[in-house]
Design a protein. Structure first.
Length: 306
């Protein structure tokens, strides 16, 4: 399958690229930084298109002949209008361009942030209640992707392209390629650095999440790509909740002589974590992800790097 991929040189994107290439798919990667990962650029089944999300002419050219479009790249902004312009509008335009190019499949990367406020049940069926602009633009993107389902004038007399949504949780991991990258969030790194420099580590009591390794996330993308599903939303997280205190305590083992202290700030968060349901990916794809060994590996990675 020929797959058009935005954000393919980013963290989640380069893991998805590796997974698809390992399974024999051909990639066209739209990125602002085509030279960022040389080993990916030089792969014989990869074509790089230098483009931002707002360069619609380049995106349209890259989509020619594509069987599927996977949209991972994020357009950022500091105001509601700039988020609307740089991310939501870009997503909607890419959606239209993919349909016009004849893509049969479209996968949109949203976020658990689209769901927003934590409630007693956190699954794919509850209403989105975003609490920040990032969550708002992801929720808006979802709405357009799922709502693009019928005929619209002369350009879209009918919509045959399947459209599905992934909501990744906190995704982490070592680089997928030797010259690749890690997650943009720096908390693993900052904890390791604090131990090395004998600085205290400040965390919020009971703060944590269902961390998922990027290679596991990539398997979810592949499963959706190779399915015939349409208009479905999937949460991409592991089964196990891990707290930042647990991570800090595991990392301390690598610095037995450090004088750093782990300082917790109590904001009244419950000792019993609220969880996102991962029942749907288990039921439909038989995917169930354990993050423990990957977290240990990632902790060791940062202690060796700094």
């Amino acid at each position: 399958m020929r797959v058009f991929l935005t954000g393919g040189t980013g963290f989640i994107g380069h893991y998805v690229a590796k997974e698809l290439l390992d399974k024999g798919h051909e990639l066209v990667i739209a990125t602002r930084h085509p030279d960022k990962i040389p080993s990916l650029k030089e792969h014989d089944k990869v074509t790089m298109i230098e483009s931002s999300l707002l360069d619609f002419e380049s995106l349209a050219k890259g989509l020619e002949g594509a069987d599927a479009c996977i949209h991972i790249a994020l357009g950022w902004g500091e105001t509601p209008l700039s988020m609307l312009e740089n991310d939501t509008r870009a997503t909607v335009k890419l959606l239209e361009l993919a349909a016009l190019a004849g893509c049969q499949k479209f996968i949109y990367t949203s976020s658990t942030a689209a769901m927003g406020k934590m409630r007693s049940v956190m699954n794919e069926t509850i209403a989105n209640l975003p609490i920040d602009l990032y969550g708002a633009t992801k929720s808006a993107g979802e709405a357009f992707v799922l709502g693009f389902k019928q005929g619209y004038g002369k350009h879209f007399p009918q919509v045959q392209m399947t459209r599905n949504v992934i909501r990744p949780g906190y995704t982490f991991g070592n680089p997928a390629f030797e010259d690749g990258c890690t997650q943009p969030d720096r908390r693993f790194l900052n904890i390791a650095r604090a131990f090395k420099e004998n600085k205290d580590i400040e965390i919020i009591k009971n703060d944590g999440t269902q961390f998922i390794h990027a290679s596991q996330q990539a398997k979810l993308y592949l499963s959706i790509l190779e399915s015939d599903l349409n208009e479905e939303v999937f949460l991409g997280l592991s089964t196990e909740w891990v707290g930042w205190k647990q991570i800090a305590e595991k990392m301390r083992e690598y610095y037995p002589n450090s004088t750093s202290k782990i300082i917790e700030t109590d904001l009244g968060w419950s000792d019993k974590p609220m969880l996102y349901s991962v029942e749907k990916i288990a039921r439909i794809f038989n995917l169930s992800f354990d993050n423990s060994s990957f977290i240990n590996e990632h902790i060791r990675y940062w202690t060796e790097i700094i």
